[in-house]
Design a protein around this ligand. Structure first.
Ligand code: SF4
Ligand code: SF4
Ligand code: FES
Length: 251
């Protein structure tokens, strides 16, 4: 994150008390709040997301932003609120600012990620014992669950990994964004999202129900059954493709 331009000089405020807004939208005054970005106070619209507020304050976000819609997990943020000892966590693109917020962006969370060959692993607890032995240090404090912006049962999927219940790890970690907020809060220094990825890979490789339709289609592709049709599609221009798309059979 680098400053785009020098922020205009402003008077230092001793406390983050609301100041009467001079910013207007369609002639209506915009409610503003004070937030602290990298230790410096800024007045930003009260309805802004953290990401929007950072940009409103004049910073260009070069790292720590991706989808801007709460899907990619690139914008992990920690913050504190005035008079509250707690450290809060959230995604900068979906969390709204609050009066007096102290913000810190975490564009990268350092983590260990062992390289492994899935063909050489067994779909049971041994895979976790070998690759992520630190999960057995979990003290069941549930801090990871509280930190998760996706409201996942993070502690429960770590406990499932400890039991070797691959299906449960897959199921409970399925919507993980790999934002890393659980990992920075864990007293056992577990990297939860990588544990979840291993569970999902093991499930996909060894345990997921096989689909006869998919197997059949893969065979047909290998036998080049659709090569002629692909060639025809590749030779079409945009308008022809559009026409074909809208004329397709929809069930
Ligand atoms: S499980 Fe961890 S990495 Fe995944 S979304 Fe939740 S906090 Fe982020
Ligand atoms: S934060 Fe770490 S130690 Fe606490 S429950 Fe989650 S995985 Fe276990
Ligand atoms: S930018 Fe993708 S989740 Fe926030």
């Amino acid at each position: 994150m680098t400053p785009k331009k020098k922020a205009p000089a402003r008077k230092k405020s001793k406390s983050p008390m609301p100041v009467k807004s001079k910013v207007e939208k369609h002639g209506v005054p915009v409610k503003m709040v004070t937030v602290f970005i990298m230790g410096k106070s800024h007045r930003v619209p009260a309805e802004a997301t953290i990401m929007g507020a950072i940009e409103y304050a004049g910073y260009q976000i070069k790292r720590g932003a991706g989808c801007r819609e709460g899907f990619c997990g690139a914008c992990a943020t920690v913050y504190r609120l005035p008079g509250d000892y707690k450290i809060y966590t959230g995604l900068a693109c979906t969390t709204l600012v609050e009066e007096g917020m102290w913000l810190s962006q975490l564009p990268v969370i350092p983590s260990q990620k062992p390289v492994y060959d899935i063909e050489k692993l067994e779909p049971d607890v041994t895979a976790f014992q070998v690759l992520y032995p630190e999960i057995f240090r979990c003290v069941a404090c549930n801090t990871c669950t509280k930190a998760c912006p996706q409201s996942l049962e993070v502690m429960d999927y770590i406990q499932a990994a400890i039991r070797g219940d691959i299906e449960k790890v897959m199921d409970l970690s399925f919507d993980c964004l790999s934002c890393g907020l659980c990992a920075i809060r864990c007293p056992a220094e577990i990297v939860h999202y990588n544990v979840g990825i291993l569970g999902r890979r093991l499930y996909g490789r060894y345990l997921s129900p096989k689909s006869p339709e998919l197997e059949k289609r893969l065979r047909e592709i290998k036998e080049k059954k659709f090569d002629k049709d692909y060639k025809k599609l590749m030779a079409m221009n945009r308008d022809e493709l559009k026409k074909l798309y809208y004329a397709r059979d929809t069930e």
